[in-house]
Design a protein. Structure first.
Length: 285
C-alpha cells in the first residue's frame, strides 16, 4: 500500500513542523533508521502492514520561515516540490497531485495533523475492501469528533472531509483534480464529480438501520471508517469567509446538476446550521 500525502503551505512556519511530524510518526521505525540508507520512497513494515509513504510539500512562495521549518524536518519521505506563487491552495494541491506516485492520495492542510495510527487503520480498511476507491473518516476538532454530514446536507455521500479522505490516485487524475474556479470549496466540487461517476447500490432497510444511513442508496466502493483520522484546525478559508463559502457551495451544486430549488434549500439549511452557534452566543451575551 503506497501513500502520497500532499500539503500546501504558505507562510505556515508556525504549524507546518507539527503537520510533517504527524505524518512521519505514522511509521515509528523511521525514527530509529539510518535515513541515509533509505531511498526517497521507502517501505517500512509495522506489525502486519507494509506501507510506502511520500509527503509532498507544495509551497506558495512563503517568506516567514516555512521553508526553513520544512528543511529542518528533512527525512526520506519528505520532498519539497516547489516554492512559487500559485493560484491558491487547490492549485497547489493539483501541482502535488501531478507529482504524486502513491496508490492513495490524501490532501492535508499545513495546520492539520494526522492522528496516530491513521495510516495503519486506512491500510487495514483497504485490505478488507480491496475494491474500494476511497476510505474516508472523521476529523477531530478541539477534542471533539466530527462526522461527515448525512441526509440532505450529506449531498448523497459526497460531503467528505478532504483531510480525512484517502482516494485512489487514478480517480483523482481522471477527474483532472480540483477545479480552481472554486477557491474555497473545490473539494466539494471534486467529490460531487467523482460521486457522479461512481456506481451506486441499494441499501436494504436492515443495512440502513445498521449503518445509520438515511438514504436508500450509497456510493459503492466509497468506504466510511467511523474513527477520527485527522486533527483539523479551524480558521481556514471556509470558516473565515462565511458568506463566500455559502455562495460558492450554491454555485458548485448548480454546476453539478442540482436544480435551483434544491440548491437553494441546501444553501438555506447550511446557513441556518452554521449560524446557530453565533446566534446562541449572541443570545447568551
Amino acid at each position: 500500500m503506497t501513500f502520497t500525502i500532499i500539503t500546501a503551505t504558505f507562510n505556515a512556519a508556525a504549524t507546518v513542523e507539527a503537520c510533517i511530524r504527524s505524518v512521519a510518526e505514522q511509521l515509528p521505525a523511521i525514527e530509529s533508521a539510518d535515513s541515509a540508507s533509505l531511498p526517497q520512497s521507502f517501505d517500512i513494515r509495522h506489525s502486519s502492514f507494509a506501507i510506502s509513504l511520500e509527503h509532498l510539500i507544495v509551497d506558495g512562495g512563503s517568506r516567514d520561515g516555512t521553508l526553513e521549518a520544512v528543511r529542518a524536518c528533512a527525512g526520506p519521505a519528505l520532498r519539497l516540490v516547489c516554492s512559487e506563487a500559485d493560484g491558491g491552495v487547490y492549485d497547489a494541491f493539483n501541482k502535488g497531485l501531478r507529482q504524486a506516485t502513491g496508490d492513495l492520495v490524501l490532501f492535508l492542510g499545513a495546520d492539520d495533523q494526522l492522528l496516530p495510527g491513521a495510516l495503519q487503520q486506512v491500510t487495514a480498511e483497504f485490505a478488507r475492501h480491496p475494491e474500494a476507491v476511497c476510505v474516508h473518516g472523521n476529523i477531530e476538532v478541539n477534542g471533539r469528533t466530527i462526522r461527515p454530514a448525512t441526509g440532505l446536507l450529506g449531498l448523497g455521500g459526497a460531503r467528505l472531509f478532504h483531510p480525512a479522505t484517502f482516494m485512489r490516485r487514478e480517480y483523482l487524475l481522471a477527474a483532472n483534480g480540483f477545479d480552481t474556479r472554486f477557491p474555497i470549496a473545490a473539494d466539494l466540487d471534486l467529490f460531487l464529480r467523482l460521486r457522479g461517476q461512481a456506481p451506486r447500490r441499494s441499501l436494504s432497510p436492515q443495512a440502513q438501520e445498521k449503518t445509520g444511513e438515511n438514504r436508500k442508496s450509497k456510493i459503492e466502493n466509497w468506504v466510511y471508517l467511523d474513527t477520527p483520522l485527522t486533527r483539523f484546525a479551524l480558521g481556514g478559508m471556509s470558516t473565515r469567509n462565511f458568506w463566500k463559502t455559502r455562495r460558492e457551495t450554491f454555485q458548485i451544486l448548480r454546476a453539478n446538476g442540482y436544480a435551483w430549488p434544491l440548491a437553494a434549500i441546501v444553501f438555506a439549511a447550511e446557513t441556518i446550521r452554521s449560524g446557530l452557534p453565533t446566534l446562541r452566543r449572541c443570545l447568551r451575551g
